[in-house]
Design a protein around this ligand. Structure first.
Ligand code: ZN
Ligand code: ZN
Length: 413
């Protein structure tokens, strides 16, 4: 790609993340999490944010190779070490209603070969000391997740190419998937959002009691809460801001009922779990809980994930994505959930979003659970959709209606 053209697209991408992804307000502070390889893009985001009136942009950097060194050499006990200021930092931003951007472009093989017990120990400490205490701020303020084409990630996606070429190719795919390579990206996002909201509204009107999934290796019924709320593209926060939390996004989603999944489901794409790939796995459910796990690769890591806490083996999200989505049509396996989850219908193990149940934001934990919402420290999406998947919606009187056929929407909006 011509360097000037790349620079122009990178600036547009930063504008989309700031204006559409975060919908950053004048005078808002912005906290950012990124790895060092993201730096060229973060500089653009910082510029775009200040131009949009940001009061202050604060970036917390991670160096992935140093993190791997820590996971490799740190004393076993030191794997649970998290300095207090990190929690304080997040709390300060959430309490003020500041915006938050996280960049997810990690090396899919970063922790390859590291003892799964060490990885589990470290991530459990992170969940308990950071994610847990911060869960009460889930809907406090506008946030967004995006990604950049880092060399290590590009090498994984396009292994046959020299790394520079692979990185350029991955950037092109990101620009395409995120609707950056069009004359007016911000307007393209308005049209896309409007389109997703039509599917969201249809499903909210139907308010099915359950969805039945059928595909090779999959025969699963997922019950839905009576007061389910389907979401698409945009979410609203307590600080009054509505924004598009994932760039890209192609999904409409809600929460399943935590006690109502029965049957078996087989993954249609690998799952990148904290730097380890889980491949060709199946999960069997009874009354919402996993009763059997099999995987060709990474079974131990997957099992550890489901044992992270009491509800990590229950579902917290059902998301519908047509197989014709642009990301799916690219035919690329991204090894990155932000992209792969937008190529296929998916479900998530663990926590349900409060916004997936009507008035969920204002409920106590007990009220949310009584409605069927799952509470857990983990939320891990995995892909189940394909061109071979049929989904039926089941109404209150037991009638079945086609929702998806051969991976595509089976109704008109
Ligand atoms: Zn999702
Ligand atoms: Zn999810």
């Amino acid at each position: 790609m011509d360097p000037q053209e790349f620079d122009r697209l990178l600036s547009k991408y930063a504008d989309v993340v700031v204006q559409v992804g975060l919908n950053l307000r004048n005078e808002q502070r912005l906290s950012v999490r990124a790895i060092l390889d993201d730096a060229p893009f973060i500089r653009k985001v910082t510029e775009s944010a200040y131009k949009a009136g940001a009061r202050y942009v604060d970036v917390m950097w991670t160096d992935e190779p140093s993190y791997r060194t820590y996971m490799e050499y740190a004393d076993d006990e030191a794997l649970t070490e998290i300095p207090d200021w990190i929690l304080t930092r997040y709390e300060e931003y959430y309490k003020r209603g500041d915006a938050e951007l996280a960049i997810h472009s990690s090396n899919p093989d970063l922790l390859e070969g590291i003892d799964p017990d060490r990885i589990a120990k470290s991530s459990k400490a992170r969940l308990e000391k950071l994610v847990g205490p911060l869960q009460k701020y889930e809907n406090a303020s506008n946030w967004c997740v995006a990604a950049t084409a880092t060399p290590s990630w590009a090498r994984k996606v396009f292994p046959a190419m020299p790394v520079e070429e692979a990185q350029t190719k991955l950037w092109q795919e990101i620009f395409k998937a995120c609707r950056i390579d069009v004359p007016d990206p911000v307007n393209a996002w308005k049209v896309h959002t409007w389109n997703l909201e039509k599917y969201r509204d249809y499903l909210n009107n139907k308010s099915y009691t359950a969805l039945h999934y059928k595909a090779p290796g999959t025969d699963l019924t997922i019950g839905l809460p009576k007061n389910q709320a389907w979401c698409g593209a945009q979410e609203s926060f307590k600080n009054g801001i509505t924004c598009t939390v994932n760039i890209p996004t192609e999904e409409v989603f809600t929460a399943p009922h935590k006690d109502k999944a029965d049957g078996v489901v087989t993954s249609s794409r690998p799952l990148n779990l904290l730097g380890t790939l889980i491949e060709d796995f199946s999960l069997s459910f009874e009354n919402g809980r996993i009763v059997k796990i099999t995987a060709k690769k990474g079974e131990a890591d997957l099992r550890k994930l489901t044992e992270m806490d009491e509800n990590a083996s229950r579902l917290g999200e059902v998301a519908l994505v047509p197989n014709s989505s642009p990301i799916s049509q690219s035919g690329i396996l991204f090894y990155n959930t932000l992209f792969d989850e937008n190529a296929a219908s998916h479900i998530a193990l663990g926590n349900a979003y409060r916004t997936s149940i009507k008035s969920g934001i204002d409920m106590t934990d007990e009220e949310f659970a009584a409605e069927g919402g799952n509470k857990s420290l983990v939320h891990t999406d995995f892909m189940i959709g394909s061109a071979e998947m049929d989904i039926d919606g089941i109404t209150e009187d037991g009638t079945r209606e086609p929702v998806m056929r051969a991976g595509e929407w089976a109704f008109e909006v």
